[in-house]
Design a protein around this ligand. Structure first.
Ligand code: ATP
Ligand code: MEV
Ligand code: MG
Length: 397
């Protein structure tokens, strides 16, 4: 089978409100970032599949004949994408030599790639290809790196398999897929997330697929088009953590103390809904200090709730204290337990104040930068539309 070379990218995300609660059927508000994961797929003739993941120092290749052995039980085309094929997961775990509870970064990335590759090609001829992924996102820090990776894999492999067409016209620099094709990409990306996360809600891959700001509730995705421009500081505490472990920990707490934890989840749901209402009001009436006061209070209340859920960390407390001393409000974003936090900047926060806050957070050993939000969802690129330094990395392998 001959596949066409292509470049794709997908954005990372920040969750404004609703992380963890969203796994238990509550509303989340999430927004795409201007930091993206890029993937290059190249057709080969070497009878091998190669994957280069320089962010995590992983460079592997497998013979097609080895991989074919793993799918001998496939009968016909697999297009059921609602749940994982447990037999394929079991065979892949054995093949890679990774146990069920493993959190190893490299094994999770390989497992999700091989799962999608074999699910999409396993019932026919396996194509020889090389896949290289490079991300501007920190890995495992709460900014949806696993989802951006899974969305890129799904888009590229679905294109290579002919299930969706490459949307880019000869004269275009970037192009996106139609709604139905995006839904297919999203559902396969969710499978990649299931392998990495264990029990994902699907909010992260939805943002990676559609971009912009979304309201997400039990798999239902509503793009929010009427939102004000928000200025946000992103801080990476650089404390490593695993989304899978944190999500499982919250579930255990809910099971242990349902009457205590369920009201917390309900309160987070109400925070997301109140925030959505305030954001919408800010687009149709003059923005006042009171709008920002409410957004800030919601951030504080939610941060307390996340601590109650057990996903806080002293480094995140530090972030909140340092910014609060400057009159700014912060909360963790994503799974917590370390990783990243967001700080809302007010319109009157001048660049001097923003810069001195960034410096103080850097002095704590954190990475910190002002970010723009609402970048496009998954897209195909022409080579010249990929930033030069990223193209260099993707073409190096
Ligand atoms: N650039 C990348 N290259 C290869 N694998 C990646 C890359 N980015 C993410 N991954 C995979 O995703 C895993 C990290 O996912 P995890 O869900 O724990 O963190 P996150 O997605 O960054 O944060 P969150 O889910 O809280 O937003 C890594 O262990 C790795 O397997
Ligand atoms: C913690 C969580 O709510 C968000 C991770 O970005 C997990 C999920 O929704 O899958
Ligand atoms: Mg993730």
């Amino acid at each position: 089978m001959q596949v066409t070379d292509l470049y794709v990218s997908a954005p990372g995300k920040a969750i404004l409100h609703g992380e963890h609660a969203v796994v238990h059927g509550k509303v989340a508000l999430a927004v795409s970032l201007n930091l993206r994961t890029y993937l290059r797929l190249k057709a080969d003739t070497f009878g091998k599949v190669c994957i280069n993941l320089p962010n995590i120092d992983t460079f592997l290749s497998w013979d097609l004949s080895q991989l074919k052995q793993l799918v001998t039980y496939f009968h016909g085309k697999r297009d059921e994408v609602q749940c994982l094929d447990a037999e394929l997961v079991r065979r892949l775990r054995e093949f890679i030599g990774v146990s069920n509870g493993s959190l190893d970064t490299c094994s999770m990335a390989n497992l999700s790639f091989l799962y999608l590759y074999l699910s999409l090609f396993g019932s026919g001829e396996l194509p020889s290809l090389t896949l290289t992924v490079w991300s501007e996102l920190p890995t495992g820090a709460g900014l949806g790196s696993s989802a951006a990776y899974s969305v890129c894999l799904a888009a590229a492999l679905l294109c290579a398999s002919g299930a969706i067409p490459p949307p880019l016209k000869e004269w275009e620099h970037t192009a996106r897929w139609c709604q139905e094709e995006l839904e297919l990409i999203n559902s396969w990306a969710f499978q990649g997330e299931m392998i990495i996360h264990g029990n994902p809600s699907g909010v992260d891959n939805a943002v990676g697929t559609w971009g912009g700001m979304l309201r997400f509730l039990a798999g239902k995705i509503i793009p929010l088009s009427r939102v004000p421009l928000l200025r946000i500081l992103l801080t990476n505490t650089k404390v490593p953590r695993s989304t899978k472990v944190l999500v499982a920990g919250v579930k255990d707490k809910i099971n242990k103390f349902p009457s205590i934890m369920v009201p917390v989840l309900d309160s987070v749901d109400a925070i997301s809904c109140t925030c959505e209402k305030v954001l919408s009001e800010m687009t149709c009436e003059p923005i006042t200090g009171e709008h920002y006061n409410i957004l800030e209070e919601l951030i504080d209340i939610n941060q307390h709730h996340l601590n109650v859920m057990g996903v806080g960390h002293p480094a995140l407390d530090r972030l909140c204290q340092v910014t609060l001393a400057k009159g700014l409000h912060s909360k963790l974003t994503g799974a917590g337990g370390g990783g990243c936090g967001i700080t809302l900047l007010r319109p009157e926060t001048n660049s001097l104040m923003a810069q001195s806050t960034v410096q103080e957070l850097k002095d704590c050993g954190f990475d910190c930068w002002e970010t723009s939000i609402g970048g496009p969802g998954v897209q195909q690129h022409s080579a010249i539309s990929v930033k030069e330094e990223i193209l260099e990395i993707l073409n190096y392998y």
